[in-house]
Design a protein around this ligand. Structure first.
Ligand code: SAM
Length: 290
């Protein structure tokens, strides 16, 4: 058993469980008007961003989360031109969206400090996506922005913190109603929807709220080592296209044409991601589709 010497950072998931990381160094710890922002360097996962003590992303496993948040929906859409990302201040989702031939990717992040610190310390995650000429970075609340925005989107990606505080509204029926009216007729929304193991109610709530507004709603999964319980959920609402029913040959053609390079996502993983464990299917009322 490795010695527990040195500096450790623990993320407390609940009163009885936490995940702890041995640190090389603490880089930044400051309070923005919205949250406590910490950047640390861990031995196991490289540099890591925490907000109010919750791990948001790490250099070592960010590719899993960001590829699975973005590619299933983007490859389902035949011609994604205008994409909105709400949250995502670390730039990882923006980087993957820009790998697709989108004309415009708008990132609306409420906390300027998260973007500033991510640009300086987490460029290995954003890969300088913030400087891409097709990217527009707006510092604002995602809900307020969408209420004002007149032009429609092909995709809306919610890469926010969990539904607490300012992020709560992004998991509400009202927000999904607004998103529905802000999407073109082939539009989709995908949101991170929390830990299947420790936040099952959040997964259920998100799925049922989306299902009330969108004709098709799906939950799909990926294992993200630094997220509580690893098994992480994404919830997708669609106006027209059904991701699991798009032929793999079509998605493969789009991957090749768009030159999408991945380390976790592939077509078999995409298909398997929508296959849910029994306890989750039961929690979702067995209807993980339309
Ligand atoms: N991958 C992480 C996850 O799954 O939890 C999310 C990372 S990203 C850094 C989360 C961002 O959402 C934070 O920077 C936070 O400031 C932002 N956020 C939370 N609520 C928001 C809102 N209502 N509008 C815009 N950004 C918001």
């Amino acid at each position: 058993m490795p010695e527990k010497k040195g500096l450790w950072q623990t993320e407390y998931i609940n009163t009885d469980y936490g995940q702890t990381y041995r640190l090389k160094r603490k880089i930044v710890s400051e309070k923005s008007p919205y949250q406590k922002i910490e950047l640390v360097e861990t031995f196991e996962f490289g540099k890591m961003l925490l907000l109010d003590g919750a791990v948001q992303t790490s250099e070592k496993d960010e590719f899993i989360y960001h590829e699975m948040l973005v590619h299933p929906a983007l490859l389902t859409h035949p011609k994604p031109n205008r994409v909105l990302i709400i949250g995502g201040g670390d730039g990882g989702a923006l980087r993957r969206v820009l790998e697709h031939p989108v004309e415009e990717a708008i990132l609306v992040e409420m906390d300027q400090k998260v973007v500033e610190l991510s640009k300086v310390y987490l460029s290995s995650i954003s890969n300088y996506a913030f400087d891409n000429k097709r990217a527009t970075i707006i510092i604002d609340d995602g809900f307020s922005f969408l209420k004002r925005e007149k032009k429609k989107f092909d995709l809306i990606i919610v890469d926010s913190t969990d539904p607490v505080g300012k992020a709560t509204v992004l998991f509400s029926k009202d927000f999904y109603q607004l998103a529905f009216s802000s999407l073109n007729e082939e539009g989709m929304i995908v949101t991170q929807s929390g830990s299947v193991f420790y936040q099952l109610d959040e997964v259920r709530q998100t799925f049922f709220n989306l299902k009330k507004i969108f004709p098709y709603a799906y939950v799909y999964l990926a294992s993200v080592p630094t997220y509580p319980g690893s098994l992480w959920s994404f919830t997708l609402g669609s106006k027209l296209h059904l991701p699991p029913l798009i032929p793999l040959s079509v998605k493969k053609e789009r991957m090749i044409k768009r030159k999408i390079k991945t380390r976790y996502y592939n077509l078999e993983v995409d298909l398997a991601a929508f296959a849910l464990p029994t306890f989750l299917k039961e929690a979702l009322g067995e209807t993980n589709s339309s």
